[in-house]
Write a protein that binds this ligand. Sequence first.
Ligand code: ARG
Length: 429
Amino acid sequence: MNDVSNIQRIALAYSGGLDTSVMIPWLRENYGCEIVAMVADIGQREDFAAVREKALATGAIVCEVVDLKEQFAAEYLFPALRAGALYEGRYLLGTALARPVIAGAQVEVARATGCDALAHGCTGKGNDQVRFEIAYRSLAPDLAIVAPWREWELRSREDEFAYAEERGIPLPVTAEKPFSIDQNLWHTSFEGGVLEDPSAVPPEGIYQMTADPTAAPDEPQDVEIAFEAGLPTAVDGVPMSPARLIAELNEIAGAHGVGRVDIVESRLVGMKSRGLYETPAGTLLRAALQDLEALTLDHAIAAFKEQLSARYGELVYQGLWFTPLREAFDAFLRISHETVTGSVSVRLYKGSCMPVARRSPYSLYREDLATFGEDAVYDQKDAGGFIRLWGLPSEVRARLLAERAAPATDEAEPSKTNGAGIRPAALAG
Ligand code: ARG
């Protein structure tokens, strides 16, 4: 189905790094086609004018820089936040969520510039190749896909430089980092190189968005987040666009060292890998939202949502953003979170973020019910009957065990009995 035999023009997801820079001449040479470079601005710190220059200097016919920050925040990060999406309990999915938004913009550029193929710079060992290509096939099944890393003979940075030099192609002389970095509005991730040994503590000063918690301010700071229907809308009373709000909270939470994790994760392509992530705003927003949910969601929805969060996180990680399951989850969450409106104050202090106050017009919390003082609504006598029925199955089982075990009780060794002195095996005998 993926016919790469007669490609005329390829839209390449271009970052300006070494790999995608070498890819421009490599694709032209190996596919005899033209290259349109597509640069996604998803909030990474980057000199986009320089990236554009680089793409043209290495042989792209055009370079489109697309500002995706607000779309990334509103259509990807916020829904994932509302879903509580988390992979393997700890990863807030900053890279995984960026891939579908980049792929979407890349397909649009491809259409607008008459491309018949799409290419990306991911290696053949990671998750990102899967995420890009599943997105491409969901959005543009008619376009061919080229993944140079899975095809070319270049095996190292040196190979890539030699390849460019032979062709007189100017390459940026960037200092080599002893690990790989991926950065956007939501997070910075680090993996590979010196981080590959999971038993080695990461080098000092590696993190970029967060202060070292031990060096963070000695004074705690409270920040108030407002939510409407499960989506953040304001910080300390100031309404902000989704991307602005995240950028603002990255600064505030980052200064207090909030949002670092150092984990080993299970890649989709089978291997374990070690990664460091810093997601300051995401970590703070997640804590705040969870707190507001505790006030506004009933137990059944809240308990069900825990399962949904894990499942949602898994599908995002596994490249399945553009699927009916994700859309159905979002439809569920639109309804379950209609009343998740209100605000939460979170205290930031040396790497921790702890909700300390919350309020909502839809609060299910009733002070008149919860109080230890006098109240008129709750009759304590009702609790007696409730407990008798709630405990009825426990009582029935205990009586049965006692009857069955009665003849054998004096032979039973104490170690083989349960707390009540009854051998559970009596049920089988
Ligand atoms: N392991 C993370 C993921 O699959 C991040 C991958 C990109 N990170 C990087 N430093 N290149 O989502």
